[in-house]
Write a protein that binds this ligand. Structure first.
Ligand code: FUB
Length: 738
């Protein structure tokens, strides 16, 4: 065992200096020429900003077309001796399996033991994770799921990244994104040495030659056993660690397989979800990558990802960022708010030479406070609909309803060849609001069209309303798969103009049939409604409750929901896609009713409805009120990066409502700014009565975080105003750190 590692060390050391080795290293025992299953590759991305080969990484996107991909960082094995083996990082085995399963794969280089001593290697890996989190939008990566994986010493670094989140000495300061979290969501350990003090598997006599780890630590093992514990992934295990899947060969003659079982036992004892695959006959790389083991890895990651969901914070509009969303149906199930929107993606199937609606699956989102959201992931995919066309990308507006403890998800889709024309409406059933959903074999009998809305009345009767040559509806039979009798037309008394996207709700005994309506020929959709004493009408038209989108998004589609005593209107505009209105984004604003039950028209806001603490990053470009200042995208190539406020002349200002300063006044204020020559910004709170001027120097064309002591004693709920006193500045966010 020891001879193999030592021999390899010599070989690498002789191969032309360790500072800038050619692509090489262990790389999982494979040929360098590999057909990697990617649709796009970003090569040599500099994650540390120092242009060193050991700080470059490659990013591969899967062939499967999605707008954002969950990420796995896969680290090559080299006994920490190589600083440039990303080109051989198990590309034909682990990397291809991940790509085929829909994961983007990042293969980083890292400093070798000749470049720098531990913890430089884990500092590099953490910089990779932070870089991905900070730049996810640029590379189509989904920052809500970042896992690590690695072989041999890469397995060590992958495991260490998982167990050591927040350990100061191991976090490091590599790269420009140290403000971002290096937490990972799952880890895969392929044959990794994770406890270097246990390499002899607990035998009384330590016969192990510790050459590679001595090289990476920079001092001998014997006599320094305690200090070596810093290198071990096992040292840092605690119950908050993410799930880990471990693969180890029973015949591994380089890293003994007791490493895998030992790691498994410790993780399991700490209550961490873990799976161990001891591969019969597997060596150190050899015979390890069967279809079965690779599938076990991707299944594990899929399970963790779906169960975890992505979590993100957005208390302003649009609510969902990082992916497009539209046609939001909101419902409260078991006290939690669930959102079932459509999922727009950039056009694949152009129609008549035009980019068009393109929707291949659905995600469900949930929240307790309309600020912290969970993305429960993909719940229904077009390829899994038994009656549907698996490539039509026509999964339009859906809805969900609970009946007798089961959740019924209704969705439109284009039927498969020979199964009809136009759109059908399908149903999928689950025991929870977020799946897994089982899709029914056939469409819902008695329906046909788009935009199903499922409404449960107080007596438990469920109605399905849809759009198909006008707005139609009917009672669902108890099996929830068939309309009882004929569907009836609901909008006959409404003024002319195209109608679709119905949403039915009940308040104080009255039924509201609400819908997107094109009130003027050649116009776009506003939102209108009628009221009735019966769910299936007749409805009396009551007017418009939201005007056409100011940015001319042709569609709008919405839902009403009462949550914790307040009514909300969810709807969509095309905020993250100003030039193409079929890539939309969900928004939410409060809604109220007049004495007679009619709806008070809703004016769309940027501020939205979310709760903010003063220590949060307050994106004041999502203002409640603006005077003089203007707003633009932060990054013209990645709109998901959000917006900035431009203060060009003194007096320009924005106000951001309802910020909770808590019981203890903050002592400082931070502003993320870009300033050319210098500027003074006035921060006001308590209705403008507590002011504080902050002078900001030039930032050399870069974004920088400026900090100043915050003198006013401000507590409790306040509005925050930012006003330019002199100079000029662009502001990303303002924060009052604790
Ligand atoms: O999302 C596709 C279609 O656009 C919906 O089904 C309509 O309601 C409109 O929003």
């Amino acid at each position: 065992m020891k001879r193999i590692l030592t021999a390899l060390a010599v070989l690498l050391a002789c191969s032309g200096g360790l500072k800038a080795q050619p692509a090489g290293g262990f790389g999982g025992f494979q040929m360098p020429k590999v057909d990697v299953h990617f649709s796009q590759k970003y090569a040599d991305v500099d994650y540390a900003g120092d242009d060193q080969i050991y700080h470059k990484m490659d990013i591969y996107l899967p062939r499967m077309q999605k707008d954002y991909y969950p990420v796995v960082v896969h680290i090559y094995g080299s006994a920490w001796y190589s600083n440039n083996s990303k080109g051989m990082a198990d590309l034909g085995t682990i990397v291809n399996a991940l790509l085929d399963a829909g994961y983007a794969v990042v293969t980083p280089n890292h400093r070798s033991s000749a470049d720098a001593k531990f913890p430089a290697q884990i500092h590099d890996i953490k910089a990779v994770i932070r870089y991905i989190r900070a730049n996810a939008g640029v590379y189509h990566l989904d920052p809500s799921f970042i896992a690590t994986s690695g072989f041999s010493s890469g397995g060590h670094l992958s495991s260490l990244a998982a167990t050591s989140f927040g350990v100061d000495e191991l976090e490091g300061e590599v790269g420009g994104y140290t403000r971002f979290s290096s937490r990972v969501d799952a880890a895969c350990d392929w044959s990794g040495p994770v406890d270097l003090n246990y390499m002899s598997c607990g035998a009384a006599e330590d016969t192990w030659n510790h050459a590679p780890e001595e090289a990476v630590m920079g001092f001998p093992f014997k006599g320094n056993e305690e200090r070596f514990k810093a290198l071990n992934a096992t040292t840092y295990i605690d119950p908050s660690d993410p799930p880990v899947v471990i693969f180890h060969g029973t015949e591994d003659n380089v890293v003994p397989n007791c490493q895998g079982s030992h790691f498994y036992e410790l993780l399991d004892k700490a209550g961490i979800r873990t799976e161990l695959y001891l591969v019969e006959g597997g060596g150190h790389g050899m015979n390890m990558y069967s279809e079965k083991t690779l599938r076990s890895m991707t299944n594990f990651l899929d399970k963790v990802r779906v169960e975890k969901g992505g979590t993100f914070v957005t208390g302003t509009n649009p609510v969902i960022t990082g992916l497009f969303s539209a046609d939001p149906s909101a419902h409260v199930f078991n006290g939690r708010l669930y959102l079932y929107p459509s999922h727009d993606i950039p056009t694949v199937n152009w129609q008549r030479d035009q980019p068009w609606f393109c929707m291949s699956d659905y995600h469900v989102f949930s929240t307790d406070d309309l600020t912290h959201w969970t993305d429960h992931g993909n719940i229904v995919d077009q390829k899994d609909v038994p009656w549907g066309n698996p490539t039509a990308n026509s999964m339009w507006a859906p809805d969900c309803v609970e009946k007798d403890g089961k959740y019924y998800f209704y969705f439109p889709n284009a039927p498969a060849r020979g199964r009809g024309f136009g759109f059908g409406i399908g149903v999928a059933v689950s025991d929870t609001p977020y799946g897994p959903f089982t899709i029914d074999e056939d469409t819902v009998k008695g329906t046909g069209g788009i935009d199903p809305c499922a409404f449960k009345d107080d007596d438990g009767t469920v109605y399905l309303i849809w759009s198909g040559m006008g707005l139609r509806g009917g009672k669902l039979k108890d099996n929830m798969k068939e309309i009882d009798g004929e569907g009836v037309r609901l909008d006959e008394a409404f003024p002319k103009g195209q109608t679709e996207g119905p949403f039915l709700f009940k308040r104080n005994g009255k039924y509201y049939l609400t819908y997107p309506w094109v009130r003027e020929q050649g116009g776009t959709e506003c939102l209108a409604y009628g009221m009735s004493d019966n769910p299936l009408g007749p409805y009396e038209f009551k007017g418009v409750f939201m005007d056409e989108s100011p940015t001319k998004c042709w569609t709008n589609h919405h839902s009403f929901v009462e949550f914790k005593g307040q009514w909300y209107l969810f709807y969509h505009h095309n905020d993250f896609s100003p030039d193409f209105d079929k890539n939309r984004s969900v928004r939410v604003d409060k809604v109220s009713f007049n004495e007679d039950g009619t709806i008070v028209p809703v004016i769309p806001t940027w501020r939205g409805v979310g709760y903010f603490q003063a220590s949060d990053e307050l994106n004041v470009d999502r203002y409640s009120e603006i005077e003089g200042a203007t707003v633009d995208y932060l990054d013209q190539y990645n709109y998901f990066a959000g917006w900035k406020t431009i203060f060009a002349k003194p007096g320009d200002k924005v106000r951001f409502n309802e910020v909770d300063f808590g019981r203890k006044a903050p002592k400082k204020v931070q502003l993320r700014v870009k300033v050319e020559k210098g500027a003074v910004l006035r921060i006001s709170t308590v209705g403008g009565k507590r002011d504080m001027d902050v002078a900001v120097g030039p930032t050399n064309g870069e974004w920088a975080v400026a900090e100043a002591p915050f003198k006013p004693k401000v507590t409790d709920m306040n509005d925050v105003t930012v006003e330019l006193v002199s100079g000029a500045a662009e502001v990303d966010w303002v924060s009052f750190p604790k």
